[in-house]
Ligand binder design. Structure first.
Ligand SMILES: *Cc1c(COP(=O)(O)O)cnc(C)c1O
Ligand SMILES: [Zn+2]
Length: 399
């Protein structure tokens, strides 16, 4: 069943509904815990469906591009400089290059179960790229709303190329989401933004994989960028499910990082509040987290408070320099929003929020190639020369 996170109202699993009819809060999927041993996972293929007993859909209808099972890179160079034990979970290695694929796989499977014809979303880019690909795979009509002029090039290319009907909205993400939600409530499409609780069911597998990769242990802390706040809520849900299943003993501090000018969740945490004050004109170069009114704010705040976690902000300059640092010191190329987790980590080590010796997992949410323009702007142009050995030799030996 689905359950309202505020008033506890319950809804049937096959009802098409996104928020509570009584109090308008978000819903979450509640399933009974499978009575299984964690040993059954070890011989399965390394995709997120490895944990299918924890995913509330019909196994015969799964729509998958083999998402999940992403790299879990130990980053000793950066970690030792910071005096911590650092792992980076590389979500850019998913089929369309972001963690959204995990949520979309479960969400699209649900769309198939429900028998809907048309799916849709508002997106800062990655949700539309992912939805377009999974809609193609499932054979569904796909409509996506994007904030005009604010979507990174790679994401736009993906949404268009996979055949989505792409519509640019004169307005920001929050306004696009409001518009498409109204359309969904009229029954014109099945909404696959992260307000749809099935999206979060898929994304909770990030939590499963971290625990599995660490040998059925929790890290001290999980750090990730926060935009619409679905992912931090989802990962915490996954971690708690494995904890309740007895697969692990400890719990991590859930730590969310937002861009300074788009930080409603961090603002609330700093004031110890349980609700957010929306940011009217959110701004940041990290377009994937350029969101002022996160739909999963309540779930995210719960995750942070329940886990004794933390929230911080970073500037665009800090994001860009962390993006370059990760690329050049560890060889991991991520888009700007993803680098917010690394930028936040650097800031929290400096401030003493992160202790020496802590085991920290940073989630890097999307691939470098999602936003090639920002990457190119951060570098100097290549020198152009004739194909001549002497000239070449001169150039590479100077300095
Ligand atoms: C969607 C997205 C985020 C933000 O995730 P939320 O669940 O909206 O908080 C961060 N980084 C990237 C690359 C994304 O695509
Ligand atoms: Zn309710």
């Amino acid at each position: 069943m689905m359950k309202c996170i505020s008033c506890g109202e319950e809804y049937e699993i096959d009802e098409i509904i996104y928020t509570c009819k009584k109090c308008d809060s978000t819903l979450e999927v509640v399933s009974s815990h499978p009575d299984i041993s964690k040993d059954i996972f070890s011989c399965r293929k390394s995709t997120m469906w490895k944990y299918k007993e924890f995913l509330p859909v019909d196994e015969t209808k799964i729509v998958s591009l083999e998402e999940g099972g992403t790299p879990f890179c130990k980053c000793d160079k950066l970690g030792s400089e910071l005096g911590i034990d650092l792992y980076v979970k590389v979500e850019g290695s998913n089929p369309t290059g972001s963690f959204k694929d995990r949520g979309m796989s479960v969400g699209m499977t649900k769309a198939v179960e429900l028998g809907v014809n048309t799916v849709g979303c508002a997106s800062t880019g990655n949700t539309s790229a992912s939805l377009a690909a999974y809609a193609a795979r499932a054979g569904k009509r796909c409509i996506v709303l994007l904030p005009a002029g604010k979507v990174a090039l790679g994401k736009l290319a993906q949404a268009m190329f996979h055949g989505a009907e792409v519509i640019s909205i004169r307005g920001n993400f929050d306004e696009a989401l409001e518009t498409v939600t109204s359309l969904a409530l009229e029954g014109q499409l099945y909404l696959l933004n992260s307000v749809n609780p099935y999206r979060l069911e898929g994304q909770k597998t990030i939590g499963f994989e971290i625990v599995d990769d660490l040998g059925w242990k929790s890290p001290d802390r999980i750090v990730l960028p926060v935009g619409n706040a679905g992912n931090i809520s989802a990962i915490w849900k996954g971690i708690k499910e494995f904890h309740e299943a007895g697969f692990m003993d400890d719990l991590p501090m859930m730590t969310g990082i937002q861009a300074e000018m788009s930080a409603p969740i961090t603002n609330a945490v700093r004031q110890g509040k349980n609700t957010i004050e929306p940011v009217k004109d959110p701004e940041t170069i990290a377009t994937a987290i350029r969101i002022g009114a996160p739909v999963s704010a309540q779930k995210a705040l719960r995750a942070i408070y329940e886990s004794n976690g933390y929230a911080d902000t970073v500037t665009d300059d800090e994001i860009l320099s962390a993006q370059k640092l990760l690329a050049r010191k560890e060889g991991i190329g991520v888009e700007p929003a993803s680098a917010a987790s690394i930028a936040g980590l650097l800031k929290m080590v400096e401030s003493g929020e992160v202790d020496k010796g802590e085991q920290v997992v940073c989630i890097v949410t999307g691939h470098l190639l999602k936003d090639p323009n920002t990457a190119i702007d951060a570098c100097v142009e290549p020198l152009e020369i004739d194909a001549d050995v002497k000239t070449l030799s001169k150039i590479i030996n100077k300095q």
